[in-house]
Design a protein around this ligand. Structure first.
Ligand SMILES: C[S@@+](CC[C@H](N)C(=O)[O-])C[C@H]1O[C@@H](n2cnc3c(N)ncnc32)[C@H](O)[C@@H]1O
Length: 279
């Protein structure tokens, strides 16, 4: 992984307001690397960039020849009908300069409802490799933005939609289902960490496997298609300590033995207390 990408995921992104879990960032990196290995090129775009939390990652993952298209209402927040985050152009620009650069940036301030695939393709100088849909969260806007993304995406392109299963934003799931009633040339292939991923049927298995390689997968179905539910099971602190080389060396020594005794005694007492509390 490129060191700028790694630094941004490990540190930089915590200084940018917005919504992007580490796990989602890892999946997006893995999918982009798979696209590179397949020779798939094209710009990246996001509808709804807010302060740039995900957009910066997309930008860092772009090649020099690829455009990065940032779409948001920004200062026209009176058009933000569901208050799905307030984009801020000054903060967005500052964050982008701090954590990436604006060499590839194509800025489009406006209502995504006025966009279509042809305009987005023109802004990117060609079909896109990656599109994130995270603007307005009503069913109507989501279905519209998904249509724009689908019309602009390259054959090996990927579309990621935020909040499809977020109960705070039921409009997003409604919009996705409404769009799939039209039977688009798109299939979902994975979901996890609040993002749902789509691509053309031709690339489904390739991207499914790329996402599965960096997570634990449960097979499930969405919109009548098999998808991977991506889970990121972190071992508990106790298990991490137990498996560490330092503890393995220490556990049978005169320091480790009383520590083990204290741990087991504490655990027995805690369990006793919990049981009597239950009664
Ligand atoms: C949830 S935030 C996006 C979060 C961002 N993707 C991130 O990485 O943190 C939603 C953004 O969509 C913008 N937005 C809302 N409705 C829009 C519309 N109709 N057209 C364009 N942008 C819109 C808002 O201004 C806000 O910045």
């Amino acid at each position: 992984m490129d060191s700028r990408v790694e630094n941004y995921i490990r540190r930089g992104k915590f200084y940018v307001d917005g919504w992007l879990r580490n796990e989602a960032a890892q999946i997006i990196v893995a999918l982009t690397e798979r696209q590179r290995s397949l020779g798939i090129a094209g710009g990246a775009a996001e509808i709804g960039v807010h302060h740039g939390k995900l957009f910066i990652l997309l930008c860092l993952l772009c090649q020099a020849s690829e455009k990065a298209i940032a779409i948001d209402l920004f200062e026209d927040q009176h058009l933000n009908i569901d208050n799905s985050g307030n984009g801020d152009l000054a903060k967005f620009r500052r964050n982008l300069e701090r954590h990436a650069d604006s060499a590839r940036l194509v800025l489009h301030q406006g209502n995504s409802m006025d966009l279509c695939g042809a305009i987005l393709t023109r802004l990117a100088d060609g079909p896109l490799r990656f599109v994130s849909v995270d603007g307005g969260h009503t069913a109507e806007i989501t279905a519209h933005d998904l249509a724009t993304a689908e019309a602009a995406v390259a054959e090996g392109g990927i579309i990621v939609v935020d909040d499809v299963f977020n109960e705070q934003w039921p409009g997003v799931g409604d919009g996705v289902r409404r769009y799939f009633d039209r039977q688009p040339n798109l299939v979902p292939f994975a979901l996890g960490a609040n993002k749902t991923y789509f691509c053309r049927p031709s690339h489904r298995d390739i991207y499914h496997d790329a996402a599965a390689a960096v997570s634990t997968v449960t097979a499930t179905q969405f919109l009548g298609h098999p998808v991977a539910f991506l889970q990121f099971l972190r071992p508990r602190l106790k298990d991490r300590v137990a498996q560490s080389p330092a503890w393995r060396r220490l556990r049978s020594t005169p320091i480790g033995m009383p520590l083990r005794w204290a741990w087991h005694t504490g655990r027995t007492l805690r369990r006793g207390l919990t049981r009597s509390d239950d009664i």
